[in-house]
Design a protein. Structure first.
Length: 244
């Protein structure tokens, strides 16, 4: 069972050291005026230090080269802690680290992977917005599904019918990078399950996923869209067939 509640655990010295180093680096590059603009751009949902993307990536890369070797459990602790902190830079750091740590997060047994899935689900449903979701969906959840579809598949089937729109979006977008290896039947099924949703981020996700599949199988996507013309939103159809 995937848990969505906060997992309270004493963080290790390694995790504490990493968080402290990250915070010190961010604070030394903070720009109050830019932070205000970034917060406004994201509809006031998150606080920011005010660091431009390229500069933040350089900071994060430097921290990661000096970061202690973290265990699987310590990665989980680090992700949870980053998600508790107010500035969005911490969440982006955690999401990008997760993207680059698939082998470690997959662990050595099914239970390890399930633990990582639980952590990532918590990252999806809390402080949810497209900036992190659209990284976690194809590059973390999608990769977990490649590795263990027998574990990830049933979970995705639940997520696509969940009340949380970001779990739905994750399910729709998890195959975004699969290209010719896309499970087309599942893609179409998920799109139809969410086709009646009014949320613009779900409608865009449907269009985006179908447009990506159009690149490798245009005929199939055209047939799907035409057969479901009255089920899919105008936005989804327009995005799906943008390159038709």
């Amino acid at each position: 069972m995937i848990l969505r509640g906060n997992v309270k655990a004493t963080i290790t010295a390694n995790v504490s050291q990493t968080i402290t180093a990250l915070g010190n680096a961010y604070k030394s590059h903070a720009d109050t005026e830019l932070a205000k603009k970034m917060k406004k751009h994201m509809r006031g949902l998150f606080e920011y230090y005010g660091i431009r993307s390229l500069e933040r990536r350089n900071i994060d890369a430097n921290i990661r080269t000096k970061m202690p070797d973290l265990s699987l459990a310590e990665h989980h602790q680090l992700f949870y802690r980053c998600w508790e902190l107010p500035q969005r830079e911490y969440q982006i750091f955690a999401a990008e680290l997760a993207r680059d740590s698939i082998k470690l997060l997959s662990g050595n047994c099914d239970q390890d992977l399930k633990g990582s899935i639980s952590v990532i689900e918590s990252m999806i449903v809390k402080k949810s917005w497209w900036d992190c979701i659209d990284l976690l969906a194809p590059r973390v959840i999608g990769e977990f599904n490649r590795i263990k579809p027998e574990i990830m598949g049933p979970i995705l089937d639940k997520w696509v019918t969940d009340d949380n729109i970001w779990l739905k979006r994750t399910a729709i977008l998890h195959q975004l990078l699969y290209k010719e290896n896309t499970d087309q039947q599942k893609l179409f099924q998920y799109c139809l399950i969410c086709a009646g949703e009014d949320d613009i981020y779900l409608r865009k996700a449907i269009g985006w996923a179908l447009r990506n599949q159009f690149k490798v199988n245009p005929a199939a996507v055209k047939r799907f869209v035409h057969r479901n013309e009255f089920k899919l939103s105008k936005l989804s159809k327009r995005e799906a067939l943008r390159h038709a």
